[in-house]
Design a protein around this ligand. Structure first.
Ligand code: OFO
Length: 173
């Protein structure tokens, strides 16, 4: 059993994960339109990972007897000037998710809610990798600047990303 306050916080974050998924799906479409098929693949994989995050929260809440709520989600941006801008927006968004995870963890500690603390641990660790991947790509994109060949090389690297559902994930979409 979790507190009403904890359930509300987790439900709010579940919806933020759904927003993340939508945001990355639109970014994938934008990259495709820029002619960057590899980056489009990278963001499509990211979208699928975010759907897993969303489902992890959904499953945890329903397993705890909570009826989830999903309000109308806000529209996601679909205008970007460059892949670098998309990656910078991605990093900023992931930093927001990290800070939300820290707040949720802090709340779970304060409420002595051990089950939720354990549930959140996977996400806390996952955020290190998420931010690191984004920083790495931003550094490379800054190095190549406006050089088309350089951008295409990075695009080729991003084409290699494959979707691997985490062990025990509730739904591999
Ligand atoms: Fe990108 O980690 Fe979930 O939102």
């Amino acid at each position: 059993m979790i507190s009403k306050k904890m359930a509300e916080s987790l439900n709010a974050h579940m919806n933020l994960e759904l927003f993340s998924a939508n945001m990355y799906l639109v970014m994938s479409s934008c990259c495709n339109e820029m002619g960057l098929k590899g980056a489009a693949n990278w963001f499509f994989v990211q979208y699928r990972e975010e759907m897993i995050h969303f489902m992890k929260f959904y499953t945890y809440l329903t397993d705890q007897g909570v009826v989830v709520s999903i309000p109308a989600s806000k529209a996601v941006p679909n205008k970007y000037k460059s892949l670098l801008e998309i990656m910078q927006k991605t990093l900023t968004h992931e930093q927001l998710i990290t800070s939300c995870m820290n707040n949720l963890s802090e709340q779970a500690v304060q409420e002595k809610d051990h089950a939720t603390q354990i549930f959140l641990q996977w996400f806390v660790t996952e955020q290190i990798e998420e931010e690191n991947n984004d920083r790495d790509l931003i550094a490379k994109l800054k190095l190549v600047g406006d050089n088309g060949q350089g951008i295409l090389m990075i695009d080729g690297e991003m084409a290699q990303r494959i979707f691997v559902p985490p062990v025990g994930s509730p739904l591999a979409v």
